[in-house]
Design a protein around this ligand. Structure first.
Ligand SMILES: Cc1cc2nc3c(=O)[nH]c(=O)nc-3n(C[C@H](O)[C@H](O)[C@H](O)COP(=O)(O)OP(=O)(O)OC[C@H]3O[C@@H](n4cnc5c(N)ncnc54)[C@H](O)[C@@H]3O)c2cc1C
Length: 424
């Protein structure tokens, strides 16, 4: 039985035993959940975070071993982490600044290139590339010193909502009561399903194969992305020490094939795609991690808060939205949910409870536009580059070149990639 099907949402409390009450329970132990729980506690709200894996410490990334989950973090994410006092505590030798992004069309011709430059945009960097574990480990450290935050390694089995709050029944621990529940329990969000929030979901019939490589040529602090004929998308993100992290979105069959490829065959594979441009750009590549694959889909929750008459719940991160990784923005968007929720709760009037309807509606309104725009753009780009007719090919490649010549559009694209957030 899935975790999702173990949770039941009902509207009347059935348990009369004394139950401990806190301000907020955050369900989920990914980066969005951890960052949100820490931020809520820093606001002075008594917070409990619940996830099954919270008692397995995230190892400190050290030495020449690099994690399999590598992310592009936007400057907006950097700002949120700085606000949470996490950014300065990170090991910066394991973060790589991205100063340029070069995106190539599938004709392999020079004019079909989009170049975004931090220098031209007047910003120190366009993004940072680093390990998921680096952020998670540092969030875990900070949580240990936050006396308003308690973590429980458990699974929520049942939820009851009433006028005053939410009761959460856990698999191993005694029940809890909270004024507000934040669901950060990922793409399959059991909480979302059992509260009855609809989702629109679409599979991309693609998987992303991720792996780290050591390259012989300098990557020049540049993130490269190739749209390949047939709809594959291959990104090489720069990492410290002449390494790059690959995200290759491809058919599930090709992904399965790539996962079993020995080093010698990889050389040949890279030589055959994008007219050998990958090897020309980065030199020869030596595999530096075991490749893994992730199925790709688009998900959007119909509501980002609980039922209209009595919400008591906010969705954040992948529980609210999942997108294609071609723009490297899924987590960044989820952390903008966190920043917005923290901002709204931090500024609330003293007479309002954290689950006040006005606040939750404000949260939902503020997150819908940003989410819709980013989901739409990534989805359109993905589909535009999957079309195989000659006209589509010419159009999209011409489009890349055209955008490259428009300073105005480039500026807007960079603004989106920077993903600024506002705490004022
Ligand atoms: C190949 C690939 C590359 C990507 N690259 C980027 C990138 O470069 N930049 C970027 O911004 N984004 C990127 N993303 C997106 C990013 O991975 C996700 O958006 C992000 O990991 C979501 O984080 P989250 O905390 O919302 O959810 P998750 O990390 O999925 O965490 C969910 C948590 O909920 C817990 N949970 C589940 N069920 C329950 C339950 N019943 N009770 C309690 N807890 C529960 C889980 O244990 C887990 O701790 C990429 C995605 C893919 C697939």
């Amino acid at each position: 039985m899935s975790q999702a099907s173990q949770i039941t949402a009902v509207n009347t409390p059935t348990n009369t035993a004394p139950i401990r009450t806190v301000d907020v329970v955050v369900v989920g132990g990914g980066i969005a959940g951890k960052a949100c729980a820490l931020g809520l506690a820093q606001l002075g709200l008594q917070t409990i975070e619940i996830a099954p894996d919270l008692d397995s410490p995230i190892p400190i990334p050290t030495g020449s071993e690099w994690g399999q989950r590598i992310y592009a973090f936007s400057p907006g994410t950097q700002k949120l982490l700085a606000h949470l006092q996490i950014w300065d505590a990170l090991d910066h030798s394991r973060l790589q600044a991205v100063r340029d992004m070069r995106i190539f069309g599938d004709r392999g011709e020079k004019p079909d290139q989009l170049h975004l430059s931090a220098f031209e945009a007047g910003t120190p960097q366009l993004a940072w590339i680093g390990e998921s574990h680096l952020i998670e480990h540092t969030l875990d450290q900070a949580a240990r010193f936050q006396n308003k935050l308690e973590r429980i390694a458990d699974t929520v089995e049942k939820i009851e909502t009433d006028e005053a709050g939410v009761t959460l029944y856990l698999k191993k621990h005694t029940p809890l009561r909270a004024l507000l529940v934040v669901a950060a329990d990922g793409a399959n969000s059991p909480i979302r399903a059992h509260i009855g929030i609809d989702v629109s979901e679409e599979s991309y019939t693609q998987s992303a194969v991720v792996a780290n490589w050591i390259c012989t040529k300098p990557h020049l602090e540049t993130a490269y992305q190739w749209f390949l004929p047939g709809g594959d998308i291959l990104a090489m993100l720069p990492l410290p020490n002449k390494q790059v992290s690959m995200v290759w979105s491809t058919s599930p069959e090709n992904a399965a094939y790539l996962l079993g490829l020995p080093q010698t065959d990889w050389d040949q594979t890279f030589a055959l795609i994008a007219d050998g441009a990958i090897l020309k750009q980065l030199g020869s590549l030596t595999l530096h991690s075991t490749p893994v694959a992730f199925p790709l889909r688009k998900i959007r929750a119909a509501r980002f808060i609980g039922p209209e008459q009595n919400p008591k719940l906010a969705l954040i991160g992948d529980a609210a939205h999942v997108m294609h990784p071609l723009a490297g923005q899924g987590l960044n968007l989820g952390l903008r949910d966190v920043a917005t929720l923290l901002h709204i709760l931090g500024k609330r009037e003293s007479f309002r409870s954290p689950s006040d309807l006005v606040l939750l509606r404000r949260y939902e309104r503020q997150r819908q536009g940003d989410t819709s725009a980013l989901l739409w753009v990534t989805d359109r780009l993905k589909k535009l580059f999957s079309g195989s007719s000659n006209t589509e090919r010419q159009l999209r490649n011409f489009g890349l070149g055209l955008v490259n010549r428009s300073h105005f559009i480039k500026r807007r694209l960079i603004e989106r990639a920077l993903g600024d957030i506002d705490f004022e």
